[in-house]
Design a protein around this ligand. Sequence first.
Ligand SMILES: [Zn+2]
Length: 253
Amino acid sequence: MAGMEESVGQAAEIIRGARHLTAFSGAGISVESGIPPFRGPGGIWNRYDPDCLDLEVFRRHPERAWPVIREMFICFLGAEGRSPAQPNAAHRTLAEWEAAGRLQTTITQNIDGLHAAAGSRNLVEYHGHCRSLTCLDCGRGIPLDAETTRAMIPRCACGGLLKPDFVFFGEDIPPAAAAAAQEAAERTDCMLLVGTSGVVYPAAALPVWAKRNGARIVEVNPEPSDYTDRIVDVFLPLPAGTALTRLAALLGR
Ligand SMILES: [Zn+2]
């Protein structure tokens, strides 16, 4: 496809010329790692009421949230005969670009931990992560593993409810993550969107903010998103791993 070849070339040129490249990823980057998107057919929210991960609902009815949380953890971390999810070519390419000084910041909306597993360090996990739990009463943090989540409703030694450290509905974005993402969106001169549809706020506003601050926007998504016609300079309608591999081939590591 000649049109596609040209678009990949244009995207590579923009990335090559960037002085502060920021990657902004969503669920689409992890599909090739075997993690199904939460939304859409087969997604977790077709089978559960998203309300159960509302912070206030969780306080009153943790028994409604834990089956969903457990299903997510099994999907990300493995268990019950399922292997842990592994970073794919897209996660690995971004980590390699960061190590090589080509990429400055990665902001992800995902809570699957795959960017960190791939080796990304200057990483903003905008919606938190699944590596630990925090007691809602005393604030004590404990690592998340098979042991700490064995009980149907895991509780702290103080008796308080343990909540995973990803952002629930009705909960604020962690202040450090919100500030780091905002700063990157203001400083970046190229934002590479990977597998995000731009529907979950406030995260979805970051690329719009970057564009307003003069950044070029490159989008990798199998389907057009809310961003495509509004703010995107070059659109690559490809799966994340395919697109990043092709860009890396043009750019070198
Ligand atoms: Zn406690």
